[in-house]
Design a protein around this ligand. Structure first.
Ligand code: HEC
Length: 470
């Protein structure tokens, strides 16, 4: 009698669980589609695909661990501050669903419950480009340090063109550290299809001698040049012939810009050049990289334009002051920036900008290198009220997140950037805690680049948008 009652209870318990079993088709796949598949599909940066039940099932326990610890999806903004339209972090209820699914046997459920698969762009792209520029094949040796190389090519457009999205598709992502480009007015001195770089003086460990990072213009620089397709390097003293302003960069975890979400674009005037900067790192094998750059273009001019602080043909976003040269490279170059050995919490010399017009900020993208520890953006309104608009308490060089937002700030508002660095041995990415660290291009040197992106009316004058106040 007793056992019958117990058996009855057990059946009831199973029945109540079965009334809402968590299944892949009904509960899990929608979350994977929304929050994971942008990276977890073939050709993207994540190591495994999570498109189908067959692909995801072996990872059920790992998925549980990754989401419960909030390691996945990667997202570094402190949720207490700001509001980001591309926030990909999971809600607690979604984490609970994934954990429950893994704990209850990771069932598939009825495939009829599954949402239709997302039609991801083909061939590894995220934007499905309408115009593609193939960069010339570039051989990367097995070892050594490669400086940032600049290369000029004619922009691949006919006539004035509004670009609405752009993406860099690296040929071999294990050697592409980053690739940046900007559109520049053609100069008579520009030579196409020739790599050009500054030969940075380095000591035997590969570190630049202090003050010689290749950042900015130094007297007596050695300039190296090599024609595409040739191995012969020619040296001369002087200044580089090519200049660029970093309109857009590929960094691992950040491969495309899409302005279509704001009905915005970027005007590339007819006859512009594209100046590409290539930064390769060696991986032990000699490889040939063949990177592509893709664009979508507007058929009719979009309503708005997107500009980044100190960048592009639209450069006069900053009122020229002595300090503005620091910000003009989207990275504040400051000779006082020097991180002592073993310093675990170095505060970079602060940088403030003041807006000289009403502005709308739509993107924040803090960039530092391997010693980057935290980044905070704070605005102070004219009435003295302060607001933290982005707080990244644990900056991670491996995740170059763009934080998309809509911050409408009135004229006179100040924005203050606070970047901290960890040069101690407890930073597991630190290659050498015994060194002083200065600003520079290589990842073992540092950067402080707040990368503030603005949305302006298409025909707005970008002059005098802000000034750098210290
Ligand atoms: C922005 C790209 C990106 C997104 C979005 C993303 N991942 Fe990942 N994921 C990666 C990369 C890259 C790795 C490998 C490197 C690493 O582990 O950090 C990874 C690794 C993992 C791993 C293996 C971790 C381990 O312990 O080896 C799991 C599991 C995982 N992701 C699950 C997810 C789930 C679930 C989601 C969505 C809720 C998600 N990821 C969203 C890029 C992403």
């Amino acid at each position: 009698m007793m056992s019958l009652v117990l058996a009855g209870l057990a059946v009831a318990a199973i029945a109540s669980e079965q009334s809402s079993p968590v299944t892949f088709a009904k509960d899990v796949l929608p979350i994977l589609q929304k929050n994971c598949q942008s990276c977890h599909r073939p050709g993207q940066i994540a190591p495994m695909s999570l498109l189908s039940y067959q692909e995801a099932r072996p990872w059920a326990k790992a998925i549980k661990a990754a989401v419960a610890t909030r390691k996945m999806p990667p997202w570094s903004a402190d949720p207490s501050y700001g509001h980001f339209t591309n926030d990909r972090s999971l809600k607690q209820s979604e984490i609970d669903t994934l954990v429950k699914w893994a704990d209850s046997g990771a069932a598939e459920g009825n495939p009829k419950d599954a949402p239709a698969p997302i039609q991801w762009p083909k061939d590894g792209w995220n934007i499905q480009p309408e115009v593609v520029l193939d960069l010339p094949p570039h051989e990367v040796p097995a070892k050594g340090i490669l400086e940032w190389e600049l290369l000029a090519l004619p922009a691949p457009f006919k006539g004035d063109t509004w670009v609405t999205s752009m993406e860099i598709l690296p040929g071999n992502s294990s050697v592409v550290h980053h690739i940046c480009f900007s559109f520049e007015k053609h100069r008579p001195t520009t030579v196409y299809n020739r790599y050009e770089w500054v030969q940075v003086p380095r000591d035997e460990t590969g570190n630049p001698t202090p003050g010689n990072s290749g950042f900015g213009e130094l007297p007596g620089m050695t300039i190296a040049m090599r024609d595409v397709g040739s191995t012969e390097v020619k040296l001369r003293q002087g200044h580089p012939t090519l200049k660029q302003t970093l309109d857009f960069c590929y960094l691992p975890g950040a491969s495309y810009d899409d302005y279509r979400v704001w009905n915005a674009g970027k005007l590339v005037p007819a006859g512009s050049d594209i100046i590409v900067s290539l930064h390769y790192t060696t991986n032990g094998d000699t490889v040939t990289d063949q990177t592509k750059i893709g664009f979508t273009v507007a058929k009719t001019p979009p309503e708005k334009k997107f500009v980044v602080q100190g960048s592009g043909e639209d450069t006069p976003v900053i009122v020229p002051t002595p300090a503005s040269t620091r910000a003009a490279f989207a990275s504040s170059y400051n000779p006082e920036f020097a991180i002592p050995p073993n310093e675990g919490n170095y505060l970079a010399p602060p940088m403030d900008i003041t807006f000289l017009k009403d502005v709308e900020i739509v993107r924040l993208r803090p960039h530092a290198h391997v010693r980057g520890k935290s980044a905070q953006y704070k605005v102070t309104y004219t009435d003295g009220r302060e607001e933290i608009v982005l707080n990244v308490p644990h900056y991670d060089f491996n995740w170059q997140h763009s934080y998309l937002t809509s911050l409408k700030l009135p004229k006179g508002t100040r924005m203050h950037f606070e970047f901290r660095y960890d040069n101690s041995a407890s930073n597991k990415f630190n290659p050498d805690p015994k060194r002083w660290v200065y600003q520079g291009f290589q990842s073992w040197e540092e950067m402080m680049a707040p990368n503030v992106g603005f949305l302006l009316d298409r025909d707005a004058d970008v002059g005098s948008l802000m000034s750098v106040t210290n």
